[in-house]
Design a binder for this molecule. Structure first.
Ligand SMILES: [Zn+2]
Length: 272
């Protein structure tokens, strides 16, 4: 039992380190993150995921990765769990920053990942069946792993994670947050992969053994811990050398400028 539990833990830890993150990515982003994650599960974890997925998902975790966005109104308590904000610094601290608008501690995306990871670690224990809805826990965890890797889901409080910053994405007027949720991914799909999402996923996964092989060691270090690694999720200072897919003129000067010019591949992979 303990061995199986550890396998499942390692699995979700790996999901945590390898899949992409606020009300986060659009449907495509979340689906990509979950498909990468599901393809890398251990046998025990893959089996657990299969058992927990609702029937209509037809064993495809990617098809239900936006469920948490769909239930935000039904489960109003859950909307604070899709993101976290820092007090306009690039250094995130779990104790200081993980709270909801009322100041309740632990109610942020990193806290939610901790919570649902712990619930899923009770898979196969008789008590958990009565205590938790592990299907919902799986759908929440796989969604929030995506959210936390959307850089503006770990954003500044003053601009609501880029939601108050107007930009132009090519010919369209958007808010910066939405550019990261959807526009960057859509543009990358069209421009580099002929709008073929499968090809994009393949290309991202190939980087695990090539360009980003050094990163894998870091992710594995996290997976050796028995708990999630929320302090890893300080995305602001990460600068990727991925191909630039667009430049945005940001009216305000500041840290966000740096992150407006790289492509989403790395974030999607780390979410997966
Ligand atoms: Zn979300």
């Amino acid at each position: 039992m303990e061995g199986r539990r550890m396998q499942i833990l390692a699995l979700f830890s790996f999901m945590l380190i390898t899949l992409p993150a606020i009300h986060g990515w659009g449907t495509d982003g979340h689906s990509i993150v979950c498909r990468i994650a599901q393809s890398r599960l251990s046998e025990a974890a893959a089996d657990a995921v299969k058992q927990l997925l609702p029937k209509f998902a037809e064993d495809d975790l990617g098809s239900v990765c936006s469920w948490a966005d769909q239930v935000k109104f039904r489960y109003r308590w859950s909307s604070a769990l899709h993101f976290l904000n820092t007090p306009d610094t690039c250094t995130y601290q779990y104790q200081r920053d993980c709270k909801d608008e009322e100041g309740e501690k632990g109610r942020c995306v990193a806290g939610a990942i901790n919570n649902y990871t712990s619930q899923l670690l009770s898979y196969n224990s008789s008590a958990s069946k009565a205590e938790y809805n592990l299907t919902e826990a799986l759908l929440f965890l796989s969604h929030f792993m995506g959210d936390i890797h959307q850089p503006l889901h770990v954003g500044f409080a003053s601009d609501k994670g880029g939601n108050t910053i107007d930009v132009h994405w090519y010919t369209r007027k958007e808010v910066l947050h939405h550019v990261w949720d959807s526009n960057i991914i859509e543009t990358a799909e069209e421009r580099f992969y002929d709008s073929n999402v499968d090809a994009m996923i393949d290309a991202i996964q190939q980087n695990i053994t090539t360009e980003w092989v050094d990163q894998v060691k870091r992710w594995e270090t996290c997976s050796l811990n028995k708990t999630a690694c929320p302090d890893m999720y300080d995305m602001h200072l990460k600068v990727s050398k991925r191909p630039v897919i667009g430049h945005i003129k940001v009216p305000q000067k500041g840290q966000y400028l740096k992150m407006t010019i790289f492509s989403p591949d790395y974030q999607l992979l780390t979410g997966g």
